[in-house]
Ligand binder design. Structure first.
Ligand code: AKG
Ligand code: FE2
Length: 211
């Protein structure tokens, strides 16, 4: 398992964080649970579907609204691996996991995960379809970085976590350049599911945005 640095300070990717079998087992466990969003409470106004564990986040009020108890057992092997691989320190143990589902044509608007509420490390495990995540500097929008998310773990810390907004487009076809020769590659987006692990530090209102 290799933690690779990206060109953006504080942003790392681990490509082989879980196996294909673990991915399938996770998807089955997730799909056996109830989704909210797309008309269903507690976040009916959000078009994409989500599941909230540990704490419930309200996109409307931009804050954590209730403690939901421990994370589900199907995430135990993931959080254990965070510790084994020394991705997190003890005090950064995630106590919240939001699962997002993106159908083809769905994305997430540029935002910075609330610095007042969540801890310094944001971990996002991507399943199923690949996509591009764009990082745009909050004060200097011309400064941008693109990362490819396959079945991988994204580790967002430091500048990437605080100084940039991250977003995923709604595009069904995305292009990126890879390798030494900058070969052009295509992603045809289909269903993607991500698990974002955070540490809730504070139950205050999110003064930044999390959409
Ligand atoms: O889907 C992802 O990988 C990112 C989700 C995200 O940025 C968020 O929920 O704040
Ligand atoms: Fe985010």
């Amino acid at each position: 398992m290799q933690k690779k640095a990206t060109a953006l300070e504080g942003l790392y990717i681990i490509e082989d964080f879980i196996t294909e079998t673990e991915e399938q087992v996770l998807i089955r466990a997730i799909d056996s649970r109830a989704w909210c969003g797309n008309g269903v409470a507690p976040n009916p106004e959000l078009k994409r579907r989500t599941q909230h564990y540990g704490y419930e986040f309200s996109y409307r009020y931009r804050k954590v609204i209730q403690n939901l108890g421990p994370l589900p057992t199907f995430t135990d092997f993931i959080t254990k691996r965070f510790k084994q691989q020394k991705i997190i320190e003890f005090e950064d143990e995630p106590n919240m996991c939001i699962i997002n589902e993106y159908e083809a044509g769905q994305g997430i608007m540029p935002h910075t995960d609330a610095a007042t509420i969540f801890g310094p490390i944001i971990l996002s495990l991507s399943l199923l379809s690949s996509c591009l995540m764009k990082f745009t500097h909050s004060n200097n929008p011309e400064t941008q970085f693109l990362v490819v998310l396959r079945t991988s773990l994204l580790i967002m810390t430091k500048s990437s976590r605080y100084d940039y907004k991250h977003s995923i487009s709604k595009d069904i076809i995305e292009w990126f350049e890879e390798g030494e020769n900058g070969e052009k590659r295509e992603i045809v987006r289909s269903r993607r599911v991500s698990l974002t692990f955070r540490t809730v530090r504070n139950l205050g209102v999110d003064v930044a945005t999390n959409s």
